[in-house]
Design a protein around this ligand. Structure first.
Ligand code: AMP
Ligand code: MG
Length: 429
């Protein structure tokens, strides 16, 4: 037990269900509180720190959804042609300020203000016009069509976006449409990443017998950047307690969270467990999942703080070393945890049901995350096929895939044609 006393995190669980591990992580984390203003040009992917309240009605006026002729619905004849006299033109940005009386209409462009009393727009292609006299054939238009109402997009005083939103392109457009040039966002989360293992070499170095190139660091640094966070590359660390301690100390000073891959997660050496117990309250879990069984999580603190309890915790996510396992555990555990720390609304990824192209063997009692490819079957429905060898070390299976196939804890084997859930890798916006 660490000097911080007992904690639910320090329990050694040997067959922890994925959902229980996720819940424990979510319960432990509080968002960082630093906030800074950013202009809309820099706000993509940032986490909104406060609700954006609309200071205006959008649109500010009733306006036309079409190029055509605006008139009062009361003038619309029921079974006969409607005859109207054009009195002027309203352009977007240049309203018509004159009167429009009974039996009259206004030539109007899309987005132009509808003057008081005019409530219907007939598209220009539906009418005939001779010398400014407009004829609307019966039945082509109904009252109030093609009118956009003031405030229909957003009413003044209403929240346009809520705190925790990870800003997307359309959000930036929405904020701009309110006339707001900058918004408060959380400071970017700082996530340190390092790889552990004596056998690891960096690309560009010679490879001695028995050694392999470090891939996890590049995968994980990129995955962190994809979440809009600042990734700090702490390099390669040998399986040596002093080196591990020095790197964790640095991570604890510079980052909000640290992702490691390799031996640390198993705590395979006693000195690793001793070190982590000295630095914080890291729990070592054997999660009932494939790939990615060993996993460790918890707060660590830089040494030197007089009262360790008050020192800012840095959250360690120690991922397994096998390349597929480290990325899958990143998506299953670290993604949601890091988003929560960043102050984001950490919605679980949508799991979409699609048909399995072939039978999949699976035993109940653990979660499996297989790599799949989505395709259109002959009948037009989407189905998913598993991509070749599924070994936890075969990173190619991840590159060839465009989704993860989720086989839940209690689920058994799947027959061809049965639905399975998938997490697609790419989304539109
Ligand atoms: P470990 O969890 O350290 O026992 O590693 C499990 C397997 O993953 C071993 O075959 C390691 O060589 C491999 N591995 C560990 N770290 C990395 C890494 N950063 N890049 C590629 N493979 C790794
Ligand atoms: Mg290792």
């Amino acid at each position: 037990m660490s000097e911080l006393g007992p904690s639910p995190l320090t329990a050694h669980e040997d067959n922890l269900a994925v959902d229980a591990a996720r819940a424990a992580i979510a319960a432990a984390l509080q968002p960082i509180d630093a906030v800074e203003p950013v202009g809309l040009g820099e706000a993509l992917g940032r986490v909104l720190a406060e609700d954006v309240i609309s200071p205006i009605d959008v649109p500010a006026h009733d306006n036309s959804a079409m190029d055509g002729y605006a008139f009062a619905a009361a003038d619309l004849a029921v079974d006969a042609p409607t005859l109207l006299q054009t009195v002027g033109t309203a352009f977007a940005g240049t309203p018509w300020n004159g009167p429009v009386g009974p039996g009259q209409c206004l030539r109007i462009m899309t987005g132009a203000v509808l003057p008081a009393g005019l409530d219907t727009v007939v598209p220009q292609e539906l009418v005939s016009v001779v010398d400014g006299r407009v004829t609307i054939p019966p039945g082509v238009i109904r009252a109030f069509e093609n009118r956009r109402l003031r405030g229909e997009d957003l009413a003044r005083g209403r929240p346009a976006l809520t705190a925790g939103r990870v800003l997307r392109p359309a959000d930036l457009g929405l904020i701009a449409s309110l006339g707001i040039p900058a918004v408060p966002v959380r400071r970017r989360l700082r996530v340190a990443v390092f790889s552990t293992g004596d056998e690891l070499r960096s690309a560009g170095e010679p490879l001695e017998p028995g050694c392999i190139y470090d891939s996890n660091r590049f995968t994980l640094l990129a995955a962190v950047r994809r979440l809009g966070m600042e990734a700090i590359d702490l390099g390669l660390v040998r399986d040596d307690p002093a080196a591990l301690e020095a790197t964790l100390e640095r991570a604890a000073r510079e980052a909000d969270a640290v992702l490691t891959s390799g031996g640390v997660s198993v705590g395979d050496a006693d000195h690793t467990r001793d070190l982590l117990a000295r630095m914080g309250e890291v729990a070592f879990w054997k999660v009932a999942m494939r790939p990615g069984r060993p996993f460790a999580f918890g707060p660590i603190r830089a040494s030197g703080a007089a009262d360790r309890r008050d020192a800012r915790p840095v959250w360690l996510f120690a991922l397994p070393g096998n390349p597929v396992a480290s990325l899958v555990t990143f998506y299953v555990f670290a993604r949601e945890g890091l988003l929560r720390l960043a102050g984001a609304q950490a919605e679980p990824l949508p799991a979409l049901p699609v048909r399995s192209a072939a039978a999949i063997r699976k035993r109940p009692g653990r979660s499996e995350f297989q790599r799949g490819r989505l395709r259109r079957a002959a009948d037009g429905a989407w189905e998913v096929a598993i991509t070749g060898a599924q070994g936890a070390g075969i990173l190619r299976s991840m590159c060839e895939a465009d989704c993860l196939v989720l086989l839940r804890h209690d689920q058994g084997s799947v027959a061809a044609g049965e639905p399975v859930e998938v997490w697609p890798f790419d989304a539109l916006v």
